[in-house]
Write a protein that binds this ligand. Structure first.
Ligand code: B1M
Length: 211
């Protein structure tokens, strides 16, 4: 990783939001590739994740690092979202009920917008009722759900059950993702697709809509 990206990663780990924003802007103006800049940001968040696991940092540090990460993501958002004119289809995205993690979800949203999809973002802690209301209102092609906690993964199934109860299951494809989610889990709860990262989520969403 070049020195500037390394610097972004280190400032992110320290939660230095203004510095992360300034360095990310510098990387953009120096013409670095958006995906390389993203890797610098992800590297910093990855280090924080490992330290969190080992109890070397705690929720407040993770929270300020996450704020810096989201601010850096906002800088490269226009680059990640560069797209054609006509939306290919419509996606509703959110992090499931009880879960406040939104960095991965935001990344998926940006990649999907970049792939030419219209994306309606319901935010975090989204209840099955809110998903249903959004489906009824917007008639999307896909619902994309993110979960980062093993304890909130069952809420993905609750959304699928609610779609079935309302007779909406056949009208939308369901995609799921997030660190603890797997292909097996997707099969078990009757989701249409699991994807491991934001780039493949955008690719698969397009594939599901166009095929
Ligand atoms: Co929390 N947290 N956290 N956390 N946090 C994890 C997830 C954890 C693994 C850390 C650990 O212990 N090692 C652990 C979960 C353990 C488990 O359930 N197995 C954990 C815990 C326990 C908690 C709390 C319970 C801690 C506490 O309070 N004691 C608490 C829960 C709060 C809640 O949600 N109710 C909590 C809180 C927080 C913060 C608020 C401090 C903060 C979130 C801030 C925010 O998001 N705005 C936070 C963070 C930042 C993390 C870690 C460190 C980083 C997550 C992240 O953003 N990664 C995380 C540790 C880790 O993952 N290594 C951890 C970067 C992001 C780009 O990756 O989200 O995985 P990710 O997204 C990936 C893919 O998964 C995929 O695409 C992205 C990559 O391209 N993807 C999708 C994601 N969503 C998708 C949806 C799709 C497709 C792909 O749809 C189709």
């Amino acid at each position: 990783m070049n020195e500037l990206l390394q610097n972004i990663s280190e400032k992110l780990q320290k939660g230095k939001m203004p510095e992360v924003v300034a360095l990310t802007e510098q990387a953009v103006s120096e013409g670095l590739d958006a995906s390389d800049i993203l890797n610098g940001l992800l590297d910093g968040m990855g280090v924080i994740g490992e330290k969190f696991k080992r109890n070397e940092v705690f929720v407040p540090e993770v929270l300020i690092a996450a704020r810096a990460m989201n601010a850096g993501l906002d800088v490269i958002k226009p680059l990640l979202e560069e797209q054609g004119v006509e939306p290919v289809g419509k996606v509703i995205i959110g992090t499931v009920k009880g879960d406040l993690h939104d960095i991965g979800k935001n990344l998926v949203r940006m990649m999907m917008v970049g792939a030419g999809l219209e994306v309606i973002d319901l935010g975090v802690d989204v209840s099955p009722e809110k998903y249903i209301a959004a489906v009824e209102e917007n008639n999307p092609d896909i619902i994309a759900m993110s979960a980062l906690l093993t304890t909130t993964m069952p809420n993905m199934k609750a959304v699928i059950d609610a779609l079935e109860e309302k007779g909406l299951r056949n009208k939308v494809k369901v995609m799921i993702g997030g660190a603890p989610v797997t292909d097996n889990f997707a099969e078990e709860i009757g989701a249409d697709r699991y994807t491991v990262d934001a780039a493949s989520a955008a690719e698969v969403a397009k594939e599901l809509i166009l095929n």
